[in-house]
Ligand binder design. Structure first.
Ligand code: NAP
Length: 491
């Protein structure tokens, strides 16, 4: 372990700050400790980042609480323009940010560029929402009082993000928090702090006042987050990550009765009906399965294909997936990058082994690639029994298990037979069937003849154990606002 934040030699990282960001200043951890950030494609250490601890966390949340009142009184237009400037700055640095993301997370460079555009759009969207926060007025039933309802910021927010979308998961929370007038303490995932720190620098450059955003990368998640959730200064938790961790944080947030938004895991069904346009279904499957190497909460996890079209769909999907190039995300022509770490590879390997042991066949793939890095082959499994572990576990890898079905009612029941309910995909050309089945699917989002639902203009989120609340869309800002009602007797 080193004791000071170390600059990396990689040119794209040379401008990234490596310290904590507290009260508007880049600051080493109080302990002096740092941690290494690795490139999952090569194992190379990219940088050493300040490793925040409980003392830094307390300082961060005290700062956020101290500046909350002043920040809440900032003109909405001012908050809007900070976001708009940050949007422009992000886009101007697309290649730099995309390179940072590919280096620390592994996704192919073209996909990382796509995430920059997607992530930046949350800032543009919420810059537009910042000046449209409205309340209403009514009169009591007896006509004696006015009811004036306003919207006020919820207060200091705790933001916690995963590693799989290092930029967009941050902007999806920071955007509405700034628009609403909330201050923030932010803990990015330890695998991908560099993108978060580069984003923080951009926000500072865009004019975000000091103390509004405080950023604490750490390897001691609980040590940092516990004072935020149990200390009584923060008023809101916005978390994106696994359902298991989400449950722990919900329990902690309950100790101070915090507002919560929880974007948790998924187990998306991808249903191909007999009347589907199969080329569109295969195209959708490629996106829903392989975006981010399958490491997405929205990733299609279970492919349910009608028996009449199962062979044709499988052959087309296998043909498309076997043509993909696996490699370092920065290398020319790479379609599928490495998984995030060795544990991710072990998990995918175990799930595939279990499915095969229970009777599945490997149509393509089924193994790791190369001796170094964490690469897994794009894989299609057929004849997968419904009790295979991957039917009830987030695969988080480029593996498409295909299950055959015969009956619409049956498949809706099977698709819903899971604790999760984030997204479902449905391919059919029959409009009645499309509405009938999507009405019955227990999910927050349905991709109807498309493999991509994420968009800053849409309310993203799930039901059941996939979470609480929505991010993005017209309702995204509501998660960061409280109602305040004034009772006024009529004169
Ligand atoms: P994770 O293990 O739940 O971690 C998410 C974040 O929580 C990380 O920053 C992590 O830091 C932190 N964390 C873990 N334990 C904590 C604790 N006890 N107290 C405070 N913070 C804690 O998830 P992940 O592996 O990073 O991400 C993958 C998961 O996220 C998948 O389940 C995926 O479906 C989900 N996800 C959901 C959405 C959505 O919008 N619904 C979007 C993207 C990802 P440490 O790593 O240091 O523990």
């Amino acid at each position: 372990m080193t004791t000071t934040s170390e600059k990396t030699t990689h040119p794209a990282l040379s401008a990234v700050p490596l310290d904590l960001y507290l009260d508007g200043a880049w600051t080493p951890a109080a302990s002096g400790r740092t941690f290494a950030v690795e490139n999952p494609a090569t194992g190379e250490t990219l940088a050493h980042v300040a490793d925040g601890g409980p003392d830094d966390a307390r300082r961060a949340v005290e700062t956020a609480a101290r500046v909350q009142d002043e920040w809440a009184r900032t003109a909405p237009r001012e908050r809007s323009e900070i976001l708009r400037r940050a949007y422009d700055l992000i886009l101007a640095r697309t290649d730099e940010l995309a390179t940072i993301m590919t280096l620390e997370m592994g996704k192919p460079f073209a996909e990382a560029r796509g995430e920059v555009a997607y992530g930046a759009e949350f800032f543009r969207w919420f810059s537009e929402e910042a000046v449209r926060i409205a309340g209403d007025t009514t009169t009591t039933g007896d006509g004696k009082n006015r009811i004036v309802v306003g919207r006020v910021p919820v207060g200091p927010c705790v933001l916690i993000t995963p590693w799989n979308f290092p930029l967009a998961m941050g902007t999806r929370k920071i955007g509405p928090a700034i628009a609403a007038g909330c201050t923030m303490v932010f803990k990015p995932a330890p695998q991908t702090p560099l993108t978060a720190l580069a984003l923080t620098e951009i926000l500072a450059e865009a004019g975000l006042p000091k103390g509004v955003l405080n950023v604490v990368p750490t390897t001691d998640a609980s040590g940092v987050v516990t004072p935020w959730l149990e200390g009584g200064l923060a008023r809101k938790l916005s978390f994106t990550g696994s359902t298991g961790v989400g449950k722990i944080l919900l329990a902690q947030a309950a100790t101070t009765v915090m507002r919560t938004s929880m974007e948790l895991g998924g187990n998306a069904p991808f249903v191909v009906c007999a009347d589907a346009d199969l080329d569109k279904a295969v195209e959708g499957a490629m996106v829903a399965k392989l975006r981010n190497m399958g490491e997405a909460c929205t990733a299609a996890n279970r492919f349910y294909v009608h028996r009449d079209v199962a062979d044709e769909f499988t052959a087309k999907l296998a043909q498309r997936m076997s043509a993909l190039t696996v490699g370092d995300g920065l290398a020319e022509g790479t379609d599928v990058g490495p998984l995030i770490d060795a544990a991710a590879i072990d998990k995918v390997r175990a799930l595939v082994t279990d499915a095969i042991a229970k009777g599945a066949s490997v149509a393509i793939g089924g193994d790791t690639v190369g001796a170094s890095g964490h690469f897994y082959q794009p894989t299609v499994l057929t004849g997968v029994p419904r009790d295979a572990d991957l039917a009830s576990t987030e695969i988080f890898g480029p593996v498409a298990p295909i299950f055959v079905f015969d009956d619409e009612d049956e498949i809706v029941r099977v698709a819903n037979d899971t604790d999760w309910g984030l997204v479902g995909y449905l391919f059919t050309q029959d409009l009645d069937r499309a509405f009938r089945m999507s009405d019955r699917m227990e999910v927050g989002m349905v991709g109807l003849n498309t493999g991509l639902v994420s968009n800053p203009a849409a309310p993203f989120g799930g039901v059941k154990q996939s979470g609480l609340g929505r991010e993005g869309g017209r309702v995204g800002i509501d998660e960061f606002l409280e109602y305040k009602y004034l009772a006024i007797p009529k004169g």
